[in-house]
Design a binder for this molecule. Structure first.
Ligand code: MF3
Ligand code: CO
Length: 295
């Protein structure tokens, strides 16, 4: 019995990943290393989460639309844009590119994208009543399904004249994601990524939301592992080539606490009403580090 219950092919049989190569020329060495780490007591996730080369191509094809729709938003957003318009832009962009927004009807979410302004931590619902004004900071969180594959990323936009302190929050949060990416190493730990993100945010005097985090993604919208950003280095699941997940910390200017009492069941705010920021990237772990998939 292997560490994850998957049947192990013979050395000269086809690899389980679908590459068509012999097992000994494909995942054998990788699997032995995973098995060994599992036997040593480390947290090793099942191989069903590892993406094949064909999966990665499919996920990238999906991400072309995710990135393209956010680029479109970047070119058109500004003072006077309503979040409803953003929703319409990304919906139209997806449909024009053989894709559908993953958010739409996801667990009942009513729109195609999340638009989270100022003190909204995440899951803001686009509305014609929410018109962006100078000084706002807004997160646009986009997810796409194309040919059955999922992609997910989000960006912050500074609208008009933004205060120095709000701009700093946005920039530090972006830097925290970059630090997280730099910590992605095959055979390292997910906690290394978390700790790198958290250090950048907390060194700047901010707090990182505990209740929401990143996630595995690819064949489904939200797969294992869950990716928290308040974890310690050297803890959590081992990073293995082929794992695909997001880094998406929500960084608060004030306290860590959030308010989930909005009657719409979605919109999450900071408890103290202070601004919050988030950037999200999607990556795949490679033999040498990572490859960025969506941003
Ligand atoms: N895009 C979000 C994420 O990063 C999920 C949004 S779910 C929705 O995981 F239903 F609110 F759209
Ligand atoms: Co996500």
């Amino acid at each position: 019995m292997s560490f994850d219950g998957m049947e192990t092919p013979g050395r000269n049989d086809e690899c389980w990943c679908g590459s068509g190569k012999k097992y000994k020329k494909c995942h054998l060495a990788n699997d032995e290393r995973m098995e060994d780490l599992a036997n040593q007591g480390f947290e090793v996730l099942p191989r069903t989460l590892l993406k094949s080369a064909a999966d990665i191509e499919g996920i990238k094809y999906s991400a072309e639309v995710n990135v393209g729709s956010l680029d479109y938003v970047a070119e058109h957003i500004g003072v006077g844009t309503s979040t409803e318009e953003i929703d319409q832009w990304v919906y139209d962009y997806c449909i024009a590119h053989d894709a559908i927004p993953a958010d739409l009807n996801y667990e009942g979410f009513p729109k195609s994208v999340c638009t989270s302004i100022n003190e909204v931590v995440c899951h803001g619902i686009p509305s014609p009543d929410d018109v962006l004004k100078s000084g706002d900071i807004v997160n646009v969180d986009m997810s796409t399904i194309r040919n059955g594959y999922f992609s997910d990323s989000s960006r912050m936009f500074c609208i008009g004249e933004v205060s120095d302190e709000a701009r700093r929050l946005v920039e530090v949060t972006r830097a925290s994601v970059q630090a997280g990416l730099a910590a992605v190493k095959p055979w390292g730990f997910l906690g290394d990524v978390s700790a790198a993100v958290n250090k950048v945010a907390t060194d700047a005097g901010y707090t990182v939301v505990r209740e929401f985090g990143g996630h595995g993604i690819g064949l489904e919208f939200h797969e294992d592992p869950w990716v928290g950003f308040n974890e310690k280095a050297g803890t959590g699941p081992v990073l293995v080539p082929g794992m695909c997940f997001t880094i998406e910390p929500m960084v608060n200017m004030g306290g860590q606490e959030i308010d989930m009492s909005d009657p719409n069941g979605w919109t999450v705010r900071t408890a103290d009403g202070k601004p919050t920021a988030q950037w999200e990237v999607q990556l795949v772990v490679t033999e040498t580090g990572y490859e960025l998939i969506s941003w």
